[in-house]
Write a protein that binds this ligand. Structure first.
Ligand code: NAI
Length: 251
């Protein structure tokens, strides 16, 4: 099965975690992959991933590019189009959390989460819609979170950024549906990655676990499967939606 044969996919923040799983899943299904990483410490991971992706017989290239920086996002997408000729799928995955109760949350913490999680989505999406409009086709997938719908004490900046993504997603679906461009969001629950590593063997993690009907945290590959569905023609009549992949939890 090659659900994404010869599609070109952009994935931000793919050197590890959910982004990496999406890149591998998309390559396995025949997509050429353009992905970003931000820090020097991710360079080695990015190089290894590039080789793993190419082993599927697709083209793959990594860019060190900060999705929160408008000019960098513009330059990145321009280079992707020069290199690959088009953009069929864009996964806005890059994200960070800086959890703190509001009383202690500093302006810098607030701003960096909003810049990385929400402004990045404006920065990248604004660039990819040009080639997509030209091709009269595209699928944009934004990584939200269940916390964007429920809120969570100690995560006001993260929840605000993830809720903002949902409003953005629904608006872009309405703006660009007539151009055959779909835009959806995924709202993962708790997924085992570096971002949630602190929950392992921690009372907060145990409490969250009890709120998940499936009785376990999710795996990055399970989010990648959801992204594959939204990126492929399997979801050709789905736009403006938020798909929760959270083991049935409600917070
Ligand atoms: P992670 O921390 O393992 O990976 C995030 C990736 O984004 C890293 O590779 C990081 O270098 C990259 N990144 C951070 N800032 C960036 C920037 N400015 N430009 C480009 N890349 C940047 O986290 P994980 O768990 O893989 O998360 C991926 C996405 O899924 C994030 O948006 C996160 O908020 C979201 N998510 C994760 C959940 C979880 O339980 N792990 C739950 C709900 C949503």
């Amino acid at each position: 099965m090659s659900l994404l044969k010869d599609k070109v996919a952009i994935i931000t923040g793919a050197a590890r975690g959910i982004g990496q799983a999406i890149a591998l899943k998309f390559a396995e299904q025949g997509a050429h992959i353009a992905f970003t990483y931000v820090s020097d410490s991710s360079k080695e991971n990015a190089e290894t991933l590039t080789e793993q992706l190419k082993a599927y017989g697709v083209q793959a290239k990594a860019w060190q590019s900060n999705a929160a920086d408008y000019a960098a996002a513009e330059s990145f997408v321009t280079q992707v189009v020069e290199t690959f000729g088009k953009v069929d799928i864009c996964v806005n995955n890059a994200g960070i959390s800086k959890d703190n109760l509001l009383l202690r949350l500093t302006p810098d913490q607030w701003q960096s989460v909003i810049d990385t999680n929400l402004n990045s989505i404006y920065n990248i999406t604004k660039q990819v819609i040009r080639p997509m409009m030209k091709a009269k086709s595209g699928s944009i997938i934004n990584m939200s979170s269940v916390v964007g719908m429920s809120g969570n004490a100690g995560q006001s900046s993260y929840a605000a950024s993830k809720a903002g993504i949902i409003g953005f997603t629904k608006s872009i679906a309405q703006e660009l549906g007539s151009r055959n461009i779909r835009c959806n969001a995924i709202a993962p629950g708790f997924i085992e990655t570096d971002m949630t590593h602190y929950l392992k063997d921690n009372p907060a993690g145990e409490a969250y676990l009890k709120s998940i009907p499936l009785g376990r945290f999710g795996k990055a590959e399970e989010i990648a499967n959801t992204a594959l569905f939204l990126g492929s023609e399997l979801s050709s009549y789905i736009s403006g939606q938020v798909i929760s992949a959270c083991g049935g939890m409600h917070m």
